[in-house]
Design a protein around this ligand. Structure first.
Ligand code: PLP
Length: 355
């Protein structure tokens, strides 16, 4: 009788929160629909698409549009079917049998998941004081364990904390034999990107995505930015038609309208300020119930006891948030959504504490 193998037999599909909620602040998506001008551009791009033909394997126009948008060179850019796909390809191709990879926990769960599927040895390094990256501890563990691939998010999901450029440069340069994969999925909301420095660090690969700040999670567009040698290798190992023609066309059109994207980003940043201000107020009213981390993303991370209980309470009020890596994570929503989650949280904290 056919038996599923050990490594897959107990796996469960990735399961974002299901069901109907009046407010969805669980997946760090943008709350803004694509601006109408961009929807028109997207429609025109669809009209031009040759549906009977395979897509451009190099996604040239898309990579050029991304490069122009971020001020990097097109040869340094490789497009993926979401950064998720690129993470998978990195684990497949840049690790050999028996190699070790490292994560800094808590972090994005897909890293460890991919390592598991590729049967790589996992070195899980804990975060340091106040959930910040302890760069010395990370470097020491990677050297000791001969780690071939170190992957982490900056700013970090779920802590929302960002690590400064100078410290990152030191870490990358102290590990010349390790591929350092820096997942900057949330860097549009912060200002410590190393995108412009990939040629200075031959072991650095930066991941970016259109799913968060740019509000295009549905298209599945992610990018790897790295020196030309790494970029060439990545192009050679990815599946040839990984980004479909529609996503290439729409993504190109949208990335060419940087002004519109910047305006959307400003709106999200205002919503973040509003959510954080409301949470700080709540913290003053109910001291000791939670600690708001000083984040630089499009979500708020709270350290608190009984996080899952708050999650359950809010779910019953029709509000979806997430509990991950031991933290409560609330995506910045539209002003009225932020207001609702803050009101419902106040309702939760106002309950008499049950012992
Ligand atoms: C959301 C997220 C991604 C996924 O990006 P896609 O491009 O949608 O696959 C990658 N990394 C981190 C840390 C994320 O939070």
């Amino acid at each position: 009788m056919y038996q599923l193998n050990e490594k897959i037999k107990d796996l469960k599909p990735y399961d974002p929160i299901q069901g109907s909620y009046r407010v969805r602040l669980d997946a760090n998506e943008s709350f803004l629909p694509l601006p109408q001008a961009l929807v028109e551009e997207a429609k025109a791009a669809v009209e031009r698409t040759a549906f009977n033909r395979y897509p451009d394997p190099a996604a040239r126009e898309l990579c050029q549009a991304f490069a122009a948008c971020y001020g990097v060179q097109p040869q340094q850019v490789v497009a993926g079917n979401g950064s998720d796909e690129l993470i998978t390809v990195l684990f497949e191709a840049f690790l050999e049998k028996g190699d070790a990879f490292a994560t800094v926990e808590p972090d994005f769960s897909m890293y460890a998941f991919n390592g598991h599927l590729h049967e790589a040895r996992h070195v899980a390094i804990p975060k340091g004081k106040d959930l910040r990256l302890d760069v010395e501890a990370v470097a020491a563990a990677c050297q000791r364990e001969q780690v071939k691939l170190l992957i982490f998010s900056n700013p970090c999901n779920p802590t929302s904390l960002v690590c400064g450029r100078e410290v990152m440069r030191k870490l990358i340069d102290s590990l010349p034999d390790t591929l350092v994969v820096l997942d900057e999925a949330y860097m549009d909301f912060s200002d410590q990107s190393l995108l412009g420095e990939v040629e200075d660090h031959p072991n650095l690969l930066v991941l970016r995505t259109c799913s968060k700040a740019f509000g295009m999670a549905a298209l599945r567009l992610g990018f790897a930015v790295c020196g030309k040698t790494l970029a060439g290798a990545l192009r050679a190992v990815k599946s040839p038609y990984n980004v479909n023609s529609l996503s290439q066309a729409v993504g190109t059109a949208v990335l060419r309208r940087k002004g519109e994207l910047d305006r959307a980003l400003e709106t999200i940043l205002r919503s973040r300020d509003q959510l954080y201000a409301g949470l700080r107020e709540l913290g003053e009213k109910y001291p000791g119930r939670f600690r708001l981390l000083p984040g630089e993303t499009n979500f708020a991370a709270l350290e608190m006891e009984n996080g899952p209980e708050l999650l359950g309470y809010l779910a019953r009020q029709g509000v979806a948030i997430r509990y991950t890596g031991g933290l409560v994570r609330i995506t910045c929503g539209a002003p009225e959504e932020n207001k609702i989650v803050l009101e419902e949280m106040a309702g939760y904290f106002a309950q008499p504490e049950r012992m």
